[in-house]
Design a protein around this ligand. Structure first.
Ligand SMILES: [Fe+2]
Ligand SMILES: [Fe+2]
Length: 260
C-alpha cells in the first residue's frame, strides 16, 4: 500500500495523522494481523495437543483400571466383567474333576457352604411336605356349594407342593446330603403350619397364610443362594414363583367366596 500524500480522515477533535506517519501505521496493521494469525495457529495447535493429551490420559486410566481388576483365573472362577472371559483351562478342569470324585456334583468351585444349603433345603422340604398334607386334608374335607372348584384348586396345589418336595429332595442328594423325611421332625422344621380349618373360608385363609410364610422364607433362601449355588438358586426361585401363584389363586378364591 502506498503512502498517501493527503492526511487521513479523522473524527472531530482528533488531530489528523501526518502523511509521514501513514506507512508506519500500515506496517503496524500488517504486523498486528500477522500476530493475530500466528496466535490463531498457536491456539489451534494447543487445542490439538490438549485433545491428544486427553486421549492419552484416558487410555492410561483404562489400562490402570484393567490392571486393578483381580485375575480370577488362578482360582478357577469365571469373570464376566471382561469382553474376553477368563475360563479355566481344560487340563485344570479335568484334574480338579478327578480329585474328590466321591463328592459327585459338588466340585471345588462350589461357592456356598454345603452344610448350610442342605439344612436350608431340608427345612424347605419339611415346609413342602406339611403343605402337601394340609392341602390333602383340605381337599378331602372341603364341603359346600362352592366346594367343587375349591377342591380342584386344593388338589392341584397338593400335587405341585409334592413336586417341589421331590425336586428339593433330589437336590439335597446331589449336594451329598440326606433328605430328612422323619415325620417326628417335619412340623417343627417346617416354616408353615399345619392348620386343619373348620370351614371352606377357614381352610383357604390358612392355606393363604402358609403360602405367605413360604414366600417370605423362600425369598430369603433365594437371596442367600444367589451367586453361590446357581442350580439350587434357580430351583428355589422357580418354586418361589409357583408359591406366589398359589397365594394369588387362594386370594382370588377368598374374594369370590366373600362376594357370594
Ligand atoms: Fe411348594
Ligand atoms: Fe404353595
Amino acid at each position: 500500500m502506498q503512502a498517501s500524500a493527503e492526511p487521513l480522515p479523522t473524527r472531530a477533535g482528533v488531530p489528523p495523522v501526518p502523511p509521514a506517519m501513514s506507512p508506519d501505521i500500515d506496517r503496524l496493521t500488517r504486523d498486528f494481523r500477522q500476530l493475530i494469525s500466528d496466535f490463531e495457529v498457536l491456539l489451534k495447535n494447543a487445542q490439538t495437543l490438549s485433545s491428544e493429551g486427553a486421549a492419552v490420559a484416558r487410555a492410561e486410566l483404562t489400562r490402570k483400571r484393567e490392571a486393578a481388576v483381580p485375575d480370577s483365573s488362578s482360582k478357577g472362577t469365571r469373570s464376566s466383567s471382561h469382553s474376553s472371559p477368563h475360563l479355566t483351562d481344560v487340563a485344570t478342569l479335568r484334574q480338579r474333576a478327578r480329585s474328590h470324585i466321591e463328592e459327585g456334583a459338588v466340585t471345588p468351585s462350589y461357592g456356598a457352604d454345603r452344610d448350610t444349603v442342605v439344612k436350608m433345603l431340608n427345612d424347605a422340604l419339611a415346609t413342602e411336605i406339611v403343605c402337601v398334607l394340609r392341602y390333602k386334608r383340605h381337599y378331602f374335607m372341603a364341603q359346600g356349594l362352592s366346594s367343587d372348584s375349591v377342591k380342584e384348586e386344593f388338589k392341584q396345589h397338593a400335587a405341585e407342593e409334592q413336586d417341589h418336595a421331590d425336586r428339593i429332595a433330589e437336590r439335597i442328594v446331589q449336594l451329598g446330603g440326606e433328605p430328612d423325611l422323619n415325620p417326628a421332625n417335619l412340623v417343627a422344621r417346617a416354616h408353615s403350619e399345619y392348620v386343619e380349618g373348620t370351614s371352606l373360608v377357614d381352610m383357604i385363609r390358612e392355606d393363604l397364610v402358609a403360602e405367605r410364610i413360604a414366600i417370605e422364607s423362600y425369598r430369603e433362601i433365594v437371596e442367600y443362594l444367589d451367586g453361590k449355588d446357581p442350580t439350587s438358586h434357580r430351583m428355589m426361585r422357580d418354586i418361589l414363583a409357583v408359591e406366589e401363584e398359589h397365594a394369588e389363586d387362594l386370594n382370588s378364591l377368598l374374594l369370590g367366596l366373600k362376594a357370594n
